[in-house]
Design a protein around this ligand. Sequence first.
Ligand code: PHE
Length: 460
Amino acid sequence: MSDTKPARASWSGKWAFILAAAASAVGLGNLWRFPYLAAKYGGGTFLLVYVVLVFTFGVSLLLLEIALGRYTGQSAIGAFKAFGKKYAFIGIFASAIPFIITCYYCVIGGWVAKYAASYIAGASSQIAGAPADFFTGFITSPVESFIWMYLFMAAVMLVVGLGVKKGIEKSNLVMMPLLILLAVGIAVFTLTMPGALDGAAYYLVPDFSKLAPETFIAALGQMFFSMSLAMGIMITYGSYVDKQTSLTASAGRIAGFDIGVSLLAGLTIVPGAFVALGSAEAVAENSGPSLMFVILPTVFDQMGGMGAIIGLLFFVLVLFAALTSAISLAETMVSIIMDGARWSRKKAIIAVTVFLFAVGTVVNLGYNGFSFLEPLGAGSSILDLFDFVSNSVMMPIAALMTCIFVGWVVKPRDLELEIKRSSKFVAEKAWVAIIKYIAPVLIVIILVAYVAAQFGFFSM
Ligand code: PHE
């Protein structure tokens, strides 16, 4: 593939790449979204489906995206266009996804920022006194909830504007291991609380009678979201990888990092919810976007004097993970606009800021001024709609088009060679089978089932 531009930026080494990809992947998807989905969709059953999906389909798609990026030396739109102008639409479609996700990601980022600030201000027992009221009161507040969202957005756009990529990479090196240590520590503590082991059993032991179509549907959407797949980010990151770095080993490590953090977060929050709520049914019924914000403060409170500090550390680290992911999302939006509209970086940053501000405001209004809008049925919000459209509809479609394109239109041959330039490719045959047959069939089934469920053909 000819690259007419001057030499592209590149990672300083293979670990810089793995760390940057992991920092984009590890975020609210792991800490906030995964635990509540696991709690909702049958605990161990969901876990099993998720792990199998990640290590077959997820890793394959990750490898495909990185290889496509390195092979073409382009980010999403350019990578598809490199095979012919008529294929650019796949990249364009995938590129629209971060524009939806970032808007609601910043709303939740605002929630996390508020919690981190409240713990810093010593409000831990006040929150734990009435966690549900505190949470609801905050997200429905007509002024305060907006302020925290705007602050989160401002922090994200400031970093993107300063381009302090190096700074983020370095701090990741400290924060990521800290996050894992803390997650392990809190998990261990939670598991010693009375009733928690039942929760751990619910979380870890699959119950096949709970296996329903929606388990697969939810797990698939979560996989794309959490691994930052199907929206071009990993293609762009792959385009910065040098020809010596093993793509297979990198994909395995990124996936391992991502799933590791999810597993730990689930192991804390699901048993914690069990302690607080008492039964699997209650946990499943009460789990939704509020789980982390309503359940964990109670768990922290029961830790005695240490609770306030652990809670503070926890929310600060979640905030950090959310920021690094949001920064990678915003950075992607900026580069899409720069490439697509041929705008300067400054102009693109201003456009993204205005867009985020406007659309984020609408999403947040879904919890107060516009709360009468329930786009996905009673109790749902605009945020749920954005989440559904991006994770459950657009990402599967983007992944489907990518697999068909690579598997059937251009044929996987060139990408196989690209992967083999830097390492052995033991699972080559399985990879091709997944890309050509298994993934497309699976996505179509899941997509049809999901949309059918939303239109009420079967209940979720
Ligand atoms: N993977 C991130 C998370 O789990 C979210 C994200 C998606 C970030 C896509 C970048 C791109 O929170």
